[in-house]
Design a protein around this ligand. Sequence first.
Ligand code: COI
Length: 326
Amino acid sequence: MKILAYEVRDDERAELLRVADELGVELSCTDDVPSMDTADAAAGFDAATFLGMGTIDERLLTRWHELGVRFLSTRTVGHNHIELSAAHRLGMRVCNAGYPPEGVAEFTVMLMLLTLRNYKPALWRQQVNDYSLSGLMGRELSSLTVGIVGLGRIGQAVARCLSGFGCTILACNPSPVAAFEGQVEFCDLDDIFLRSDLITLHVPLTDETHHMIDAAAIERMKPGVVLINCARGGLADTDALIAGIESGHIGALGMDVIEGEEGITHIDHKTEILSNPKMAYLRQFPNVVLTQHMAFYTLADTRSMAREGIRGIVDMAAGRPCPREL
Ligand code: COI
């Protein structure tokens, strides 16, 4: 079994090679992002694994299929970058990679606290020996109603983290989660919009969830609402977020992800003009904390992504059940 690993960061290379060695896989690594320009690097490989910055569309899948690639894994939980129906039509098997949800959940809580306590402008000030307080008065999480959109593994971990803060927790999910009955109040999305002081998104990006946070949704929210997104940029319409921040209806944004981040995030652009002007514009606001899609970036999570990315392919190829097959 020969696997080509795309988008390999230096910090995951050793674990990828170690797992490949353990499972008897011949692994080659490249930092290239999968695209039509880099597709042919997969000639002679049975499988390819990648992260989330390429668009794995029908054209690319067809080329890989022509080259003999039959198995794919994304070393991510999210898989909105893959045209799964096309992969299935071609008979290609695809899986994703799971990792413990606590890393993303804790990062989410960090963004909540950073935004609620105005830490971004406080940090700016103390860099220039300005230790003044004016304008930095914050709010306690304990006094707020937090709405969790999506109570999957990450949403549940966020609810567990929040349980110690004493806030009221609302959650919406396709169906109530028995283990959380009594700890969170299950309600519909519109209730979350109407009643929450702070809303955090933990749903996958699909046709149904695309731009679930748009101008109409923001209009329904409380003035001063805080929005946190550590899931996918496409869940929120950036123009609506900008309008909400400009008008003050949105009190603060904590965003680990943003629409159009591909090709920008995880790369050093400090000597260039950013190709996504909305990202550059939003970044400047004192009440907008924009991080580089790094909520997943812990040792435990990155190890798990590398392991599951290789193991999933090996299991599918061996005809063993692969719990994360898509
Ligand atoms: C995911 O696992 O879904 C992530 O967001 C990780 C990132 C490397 C794309």
